[in-house]
Design a protein around this ligand. Structure first.
Ligand SMILES: [Zn+2]
Length: 160
């Protein structure tokens, strides 16, 4: 296999646990990682990326603490919304959305709830949002959600 960074042959591969580049607190368990012996480039094979996104998004909507900047950005992308669309839908400036996503200001709790409801709405569970609201009302800061996910049976499942 040829390195995409330096073009040389001779990448080695190994199965290992590796942080998910989009959310470093999510660990991809037992994925195929290629390393270039010449330049040090690392490539991680991610089968079924859409299934990975879904598994992580559905875990994040259940998070027992406020969404942080990276988690909010991840859900926004999972929803296939641009920052401009989010700004327009929530009647804020695009710069405001940028500040939420780069961590300069916390994601407002109302926006956190809307994001979760929109993600859950992709695969509706009747009554989910109404039942979640009292639980979400008691959110306290927990830091980024730590998850381990494993590719199996053609999808991604939460791992121990
Ligand atoms: Zn290389």
């Amino acid at each position: 296999m040829k390195c995409i960074a330096c073009g040389r042959e001779g990448m080695t591969s190994a199965r290992e646990d590796h942080p998910f580049v989009d959310l470093p607190d999510v660990t991809l368990v037992d994925v195929l990682v290629y390393r270039c012996q010449s330049c040090g480039e690392v490539e991680v094979e991610i089968p079924r990326p859409a299934a990975l996104s879904r598994t992580v998004a559905l875990a994040l909507v259940e998070k027992a603490g406020p969404l942080d900047a990276g988690e909010f950005r991840f859900l926004r992308k999972h929803l296939d919304l641009s920052a401009e669309e989010v700004a327009r839908y929530l009647a804020v400036d695009k710069a405001t959305v940028s500040r939420w996503e780069n961590g300069r200001t916390p994601v407002p709790i109302a926006v956190d709830r809307v994001a979760r409801g929109l993600v859950r709405d992709l695969e509706p569970v009747p009554g989910w949002f109404r039942a979640a609201l009292p639980r979400l009302a008691g959110l306290h800061e927990t830091g980024p959600m730590k998850l381990r996910v494993r590719n199996e049976d053609g999808g991604w499942a939460l791992a121990a």
